[in-house]
Design a protein around this ligand. Structure first.
Ligand code: FES
Length: 328
């Protein structure tokens, strides 16, 4: 069965990407499958930075999924997909894939890279958030960098547990599983208070979970340069804080309320902004930033592009500062 039926025209988010074949589907939990993709002709695939994701086309839509490998000279790509029954249909379509199906994907994109200067990686994952975290764990082990993993999951519902145990179960590294809130809070506090300054923290999971972990780290004195996180995508994003934008070329000032995207605000003001996915994936809605610091929440811009703060995806990203100045 070829659910994507090789789209006649590729979605812009996967244009210039790869057409791959499903070589394996493995059930991880009741609601999570991992899907392995390879070049149909057996060619090597492009390497990628640990923590990268692929954009996968399903029908006319796209979704972004994190890769689980280390990214070093891969012969295949593995992603894991949580089935979301009331979503836009992407995860359900992905769960229907079987070996031999073809899919159109982007080249891997990095938005959650490891810090090259870290002496230890403290990895914290909840649920499906294990996927990019596993990529970081593999890369750390391959490179001989210390890593430890705190993995929060429902009892008997941990994905990729065997791999994580094999990677981190002994020696200088460690895996701690938490299946209840109390034990997680205790383990996290202990980990955050006993790490050396060379440790970097990486967290992936639901937004509220990530916010809580990052807030606690900041309260305990961790600088933002040592904190790294990856959001799942727009569906998981919170309403955000209100902010204002100055549109320099139009001479307009607009208020962006909490719960309303900058893209929606611009559209309501009569601006026509190209957009396709409205999920921070395709890159269509990019806007040039002249002043202020965007709160990047997309999966399109690379880490370097985000750090430059000269562009933002207005469908999902917001502002760190009360006001942004845009070249619009
Ligand atoms: S519309 Fe696709 S990234 Fe904003």
């Amino acid at each position: 069965m070829t659910i994507t039926a090789l789209p006649i025209s590729a979605h812009p988010a996967v244009a210039g990407g790869l057409q791959l074949e499903v070589t394996k589907v493995a059930v991880q939990t009741e609601s999570i499958v991992s899907i392995t993709l390879a070049d149909p002709a057996g060619r090597k695939l492009p390497s990628y930075v640990p923590g990268s994701h692929l954009v996968v086309q399903y029908g006319s839509g796209v979704n972004a999924y994190s890769l689980t490998g280390s990214g070093n000279g891969p012969s295949d790509y593995t992603i894991s997909v949580l089935r979301v029954e009331d979503g836009a249909g992407g995860s359900v379509a992905m769960h229907r894939l079987s070996a031999g199906d073809r899919v159109q994907v982007s080249r891997p994109r990095s938005a959650f890279a490891p810090a090259s200067t870290a002496t230890h990686h403290l990895l914290v994952a909840a649920g499906i958030g294990i996927t990019p975290i596993l990529s970081h764990a593999r890369a750390a082990v391959e490179r001989g960098t210390q890593a430890s993993l705190i993995y929060v999951h429902r009892p008997a519902a941990g994905a990729h547990l065997a791999e994580a145990k094999e990677l981190l179960g002994s020696g200088l590294t460690a895996l701690i599983e938490c299946t209840d809130r109390g034990s997680f809070e205790k383990v996290l506090t202990e980990s955050l208070t006993t790490q050396s300054l060379g440790t970097h923290l990486y967290v992936c999971g639901p937004t509220a979970f990530m916010d809580a972990v990052l807030d606690q780290a900041r309260e305990l004195g961790w600088t933002s340069a040592r904190l790294h996180s990856e959001a799942f995508g727009a569906a998981e994003l919170d309403d955000g804080e209100p902010f204002a934008v100055n549109l320099v070329r139009s001479g307009l000032r607009l208020e962006v309320p909490a719960g309303v995207s900058l893209l929606e605000t611009l559209e309501r003001a009569g601006k026509s902004i190209p957009n396709m996915c409205r999920k921070g994936i395709c890159g269509d809605c990019v806007l040039p930033v002249l002043r202020g610091t965007p709160l990047h929440r997309d999966l399109y811009l690379t880490d370097e592009e985000k750090a430059a703060n000269t562009a933002m995806m207005c469908c999902v990203s917001r502002s760190v500062d009360p006001e942004l100045e845009l070249d619009l």
